[in-house]
Design a protein around this ligand. Structure first.
Ligand SMILES: Nc1ncnc2c1ncn2[C@@H]1O[C@H](COP(=O)(O)OP(=O)(O)OP(=O)(O)O)[C@@H](O)[C@H]1O
Length: 292
């Protein structure tokens, strides 16, 4: 299990990660969300031993990453994916990585296959597109088939098909009991991938919880031929009703089942009934605005 406790990182007298705490559970994909400069990469760099914390701790199975006997075999990381020698082929790059972490070189071709780079394996990385570099970075992280994956903005440079592919890959990893943390500043990219959201703004965690809970229902949108009668019935049942511009009624804070029950009791036939979800973008800006 990954545990981050009271993690703070200062550069000079600037605090870029401020008392951050969270735990990552096996079998879940956690989305680490925040705008540019919020502190996601810095948190991930501290978690993976790339930079020291100013205070606080980040541990993997109770030990700091750098103190694990073979950290690369436990945590697959995708951070700074562009840091690859441009003159090497993708295959050579992975072979060198495999040697370093003690993985048999037969695994290199498997990993290339897994990320869809088998055909480009012998080409120089300097000629790869951004998306291909991301895939190569992901292949490197997957080489030892590690239980934990920490990916910083993995969707960068991927097209919609690539994003879908990555979603399946990460969900599959979690379904096999793996632990996944992925960061993004684009919420739509991760909304359908993650089980849990960890939202960071200005170095602080502003929300941490299941996606369904954070995006919880805001109310119900309902339509009927007799709109005025429906509004009267709902107000009579003490619901707060607003008239939407499109002719629907918006019933704040009410579940569709409760709205349907009021309509049924009043003998009003409904033509449409649906929950209103708070948009992820709304939630995000609301939360991060509070933090800044
Ligand atoms: N080595 C460094 N020295 C000084 N400041 C740094 C350093 N690394 C990061 N920062 C600053 O720390 C803050 C957080 O940066 P970080 O890269 O962690 O944010 P992020 O949430 O990952 O953003 P992005 O989505 O843009 O990558 C930024 O203001 C950044 O300028």
């Amino acid at each position: 299990m990954i545990k981050v406790s009271g993690l703070t990182k200062q550069y000079g007298n600037r605090t870029v990660v401020d008392d951050v705490s969270f735990a990552l559970e096996p079998g879940t994909v956690t989305g680490f969300l925040g705008p540019n400069g919020a502190g996601k990469t810095t948190t991930m760099r501290v978690m993976t031993g790339l930079v020291p914390a100013t205070s606080g701790t980040a541990t993997v199975d109770g030990r700091p990453y750098a103190e694990l006997p073979n950290p690369g075999a436990v945590v697959g990381t995708l951070i700074d994916a562009s840091a690859v020698h441009p003159g090497r082929s993708g295959r050579t790059h992975l072979r060198l990585m495999a040697d370093t972490i003690g993985v048999p070189s037969s695994r290199v071709d498997e990993a290339l296959e897994l990320v869809g780079l088998a055909d480009a394996a012998r080409r120089r990385v300097g000629g790869y597109s951004l998306g291909m570099r991301q895939r190569l970075g992901i292949a490197g992280a997957l080489l030892p088939d590690p239980p934990v994956l920490i990916f910083d903005e993995p969707a960068n440079g991927l097209d919609p098909e690539g994003i879908r592919w990555m979603r399946d890959l990460l969900r599959g990893h979690a379904a096999r009991g793996g632990t996944v943390l992925l960061s993004s500043h684009l919420l739509g990219e991760v909304e359908h991938t993650v089980d849990r959201l960890l939202v960071i703004g200005s170095g602080r965690i502003v929300a941490d919880g299941p996606v369904a809970e954070l995006l919880g229902s805001e109310g119900t949108s309902v339509r009927a031929a007799d709109v005025a009668g429906l509004a009267r019935a709902l107000e009579g049942a003490r619901f707060h009703v607003q008239h939407g511009a499109d002719g629907a009624l918006v019933v704040e804070g009410a579940e569709p089942s409760a709205v349907g029950a009021v309509a049924a009791a009043a003998g009003i036939a409904l033509t449409d009934l649906r929950p209103l979800q708070r948009g992820l973008e709304d939630l995000f800006f609301q939360l991060t605005a509070v933090a800044s």
